[in-house]
Design a protein around this ligand. Structure first.
Ligand code: 5GP
Length: 113
């Protein structure tokens, strides 16, 4: 049975995506359904299902995800942005492969919807 997520297939280059940046353990892609003028996803190449399933052994990879997000922003001259991780269906999580959303290019409301 096929139980790999769409992001695993994108990491394996089996499904096309606009890959904007790549590091040893992450890729940064354009979101297919952008919610802001800049909306990218920072994805670990090695699958962690949710932020809530993160273990101590995942500390370095999660730190590298954040580093990839801030590096992407710096490289693209983006100084104001929001990083979002959805965990659980009620929070809007739809793909069960950890990813950070980086949203920018418009004023962000607070509290988020
Ligand atoms: P979540 O809802 O899990 O926090 O975020 C999943 C994100 O993945 C959504 O913003 C959705 O638009 C994006 N997404 C889902 N499928 C694809 C795809 O095939 N390609 C790309 N580039 N983004 C996708």
């Amino acid at each position: 049975m096929e139980n790999r997520t769409i992001f695993e297939k994108i990491v394996a280059r089996e499904v096309p995506a606009e890959i904007l940046m790549e590091t040893d353990d992450t890729i940064v892609i354009k979101d297919i359904n952008p919610q802001a003028p800049v909306h990218v996803l920072i994805i670990p190449k090695r699958k962690i299902e949710h932020i809530s399933s993160m273990g101590k052994e995942d500390g370095e990879i999660v730190a590298n995800l954040l580093l990839a997000a801030t590096t992407f922003a710096k490289k693209n001259g983006i100084s104001s942005y929001r990083l979002v991780v959805n965990n659980g269906a009620l929070a809007g999580e739809t793909v069960h492969h950890l990813h950070i959303h980086l949203l920018a290019g418009r004023e962000m409301g607070w509290p988020p919807g």
